[in-house]
Design a protein around this ligand. Structure first.
Ligand code: ATP
Length: 253
């Protein structure tokens, strides 16, 4: 059974049809990458999957449980976490404080907001483990606004991991990063355990082909093609609509 199943999804904005009959299945443990030209509807699809946006028609199931039409927190409850194209961090707080807040947000019922958070040993231990696991322990005291853009994007991924998701949606995780930061982020994604299923929007073809088990191409709001990376790489039509010839050759080099 697929972990995530999107069936015949439609979404429009004031008459503009942005997603048309989109069906997509992501198997448990898979690294599934969503590509497509600007405006193809990729982020809108993420917003519809996570419940950030209501859908017009269709369904979204996680582990066989229907979540379409339910509030956005349902996605978190069924084990889904996501990052956004733009950072959503508390810039004046430290890396560690941001992580504490992310952990608290995942399980608010475990915390009493009148008790100082540093009295929750379990919270501090969980944060320490994550910071060490993802090589941010040394930078835990840094104020987020003082981090490079790439470091901030990496922190976003770490915050999404704080909820210990079964399925993680990453929206252009390497956008705006330097080449070195892109390599670091790619390695981080590759090192994630297969217990975390990934659905990733990505434009950088080097990154796409180094992480994907399966690729879905979205074009004008429709699934144009879905298949193994070799299949997508070799498809002339995909080159025409998306790669414009040059980019894919660069990725093969
Ligand atoms: N809230 C909204 N209201 C109206 N139109 C929207 C809204 N969100 C997205 N759109 C439109 O929907 C279309 C798809 O946008 P979307 O951001 O999903 O594309 P994308 O494939 O993620 O593009 P990119 O790669 O540039 O991020 C675009 O034409 C966009 O202008």
């Amino acid at each position: 059974m697929s972990l995530l199943k999107v069936e015949r999804l439609y979404k429009s904005f004031k008459g503009l049809q942005v997603l048309k009959d989109v069906s997509l299945e992501v198997q448990a443990g898979e690294r599934h990458v969503l590509i497509g030209p600007n405006g193809a509807g990729k982020t809108t699809l993420f917003n519809c999957i996570t419940g950030t946006l209501p859908i017009d028609e269709g369904s979204v199931e996680v582990n066989g449980r229907q979540i379409s039409g339910l509030p956005a927190f349902t996605a978190v409850r069924v084990g889904m976490s996501r990052t956004f194209q733009k950072n959503n961090l508390f810039g004046s707080l430290t890396v560690e404080e941001n992580l504490h807040l992310a952990i608290i947000a995942c399980k608010p019922y475990r915390f009493n907001f009148f008790k100082p958070y540093y009295q929750y040993n379990e919270l501090l231990t969980e944060a320490e483990e994550l910071l060490k696991q993802w090589n941010l322990w040394e930078r835990r005291g840094r104020i987020v606004n003082e981090l490079s853009y790439g470091e901030q994007r990496l922190l976003e991924v770490l915050l999404a991991l704080a909820c210990k998701p079964q399925i993680l949606l990453l929206d252009e995780p390497t956008s705006g990063m330097s080449p070195a930061e892109t390599v670091q982020t790619t390695k981080l994604i590759q090192s994630m355990p297969r217990s975390i299923t990934l659905l990733v929007i990505e434009h950088d073809m080097e990154v796409v082909f180094s992480i994907a088990d399966r690729i879905t191409v979205l074009h004008h709001g429709e699934v144009f093609l879905s298949g193994a990376p070799e299949e997508i790489r070799g498809d002339e039509r995909v080159r025409d609509i998306y790669f414009g010839g040059g980019k894919l050759q660069h990725a093969e080099a």
